[in-house]
Ligand binder design. Structure first.
Ligand code: FAD
Length: 297
């Protein structure tokens, strides 16, 4: 087994990777080069996001199908309830089933830009729990849902958020993937709460390696993720040094993975932002070796 940053062989670590559907040909090239690179790490699945407002429906679909057709990896399609009737969403689910896709990440989605709060479509699924039930009624999918170690911003309380997560699991979800966070303790506290609520599915930490602190500050609040002071300090004075920021990002994310591993975590989900090298480096430090490296042994 490979040595890792823990100075001992790591065992049973599984990784999964998230991509977003490309908008341009150039982005498509970058994505596919990243997919091919990360495929070497033998992920348990790779997921493809669904754009805000459902605007990427075709692109998500095409990317998922191409992963299915052209790689050895298991694709998971993100799907939201935004601005669509149940019939429209069901047609997408059926289409995935017919194409051989067996994993879905079921989400409510965010309000459209300019709207202050989420308004379900009158004929649509009202929330992720309802969507999970809908998916279950169509096929025997592996269903992941979102979880929020620092509470979803719409949630009135931790208890309400845990009730909501429990509803999603009771409706048939088999795994939760967390929103990104920067303190391992937030995750472990959340895990304890989940256990006390009888939520027994795997709660996979979502790891966001941060290279652009300025943009993180812009969107973290809306995601329900807090930014610790030390993270800002780490990026201080590096605005004009993108390469240095990448090195710092790898180091911070690897250290958090180390803490999570020591606390018992074996499954890690990476928000790759369609870039391979940073995630590849962190996985390497976790002890994951590419198939090319393994066959050379
Ligand atoms: P839900 O679980 O339905 O809940 C949202 C909030 O509403 C919670 O606070 C919950 O407590 C509350 N709530 C729900 N139902 C009820 C009820 N009956 N009564 C009272 N309160 C209720 N967004 C995208 O647009 N595309 C993506 O591809 C995407 N991928 C994501 C992947 C991950 C791993 C994560 C963590 C998030 C992702 N998101 C994505 C963002 C997500 O859509 C937003 O966070 C959205 O605001 C909530 O979605 P949800 O599925 O968590 O909603």
């Amino acid at each position: 087994r490979a040595k890792s940053l823990f100075a001992e062989p790591v065992k049973d670590v599984n990784v999964s990777f998230e991509f977003f559907p490309p908008k341009t040909e150039k982005m498509e090239e970058t994505l596919w080069s990243s997919i091919k690179t990360l495929e070497e790490l033998n992920p348990s699945f790779v997921s493809v996001t669904y754009g805000a407002g459902g605007g990427t429906r075709e692109r998500t679909h095409n990317t998922v199908k191409r992963i299915l057709d052209e790689t050895s990896m298991k694709p998971a399609a993100h799907l939201t309830c935004v601005s669509a009737t149940k019939a429209e969403v069901n047609a997408v689910i059926q289409d995935y089933w017919d194409a051989g896709v067996r994993s879905i990440v079921a989400l409510r989605g965010d309000p459209p830009e300019g709207a202050s709060h989420y308004q379900p479509h009158p004929d649509g699924y009202a929330n992720a729990a309802e969507l999970v039930s809908g998916i279950r009624s169509i096929g025997d999918f592996d269903i992941s849902v979102a979880a929020y170690p620092e509470i979803h911003p719409d949630s009135p309380s931790l208890a309400a958020d845990l009730d909501n997560l429990k509803r999603k699991i009771d409706a048939g979800a088999t795994r939760a993937i967390t929103q990104f966070f920067f303190e391992a303790d937030s995750y472990f506290r959340f895990l304890d709460h989940c256990q006390s609520y009888g939520i027994n599915v795997p709660i996979v930490p979502g790891i966001l390696p941060v290279t652009n602190f300025a943009s993180l500050k812009g969107f973290a609040g809306a995601c329900g993720s807090s930014i610790p002071q030390w993270l800002g300090d780490m990026f201080e004075g590096l605005d004009d040094r993108p390469q240095t920021r990448t090195l710092v990002a790898a180091s911070i994310a690897a250290e958090m993975c180390r803490r999570l591993y020591i606390g018992g975590v074996r499954d890690f989900h990476f928000y790759t932002l369609n870039r391979a090298e940073l995630t590849y480096a962190i996985c390497h430090m976790l002890g994951i070796r590419g198939t090319a490296a393994e066959s050379a042994l």
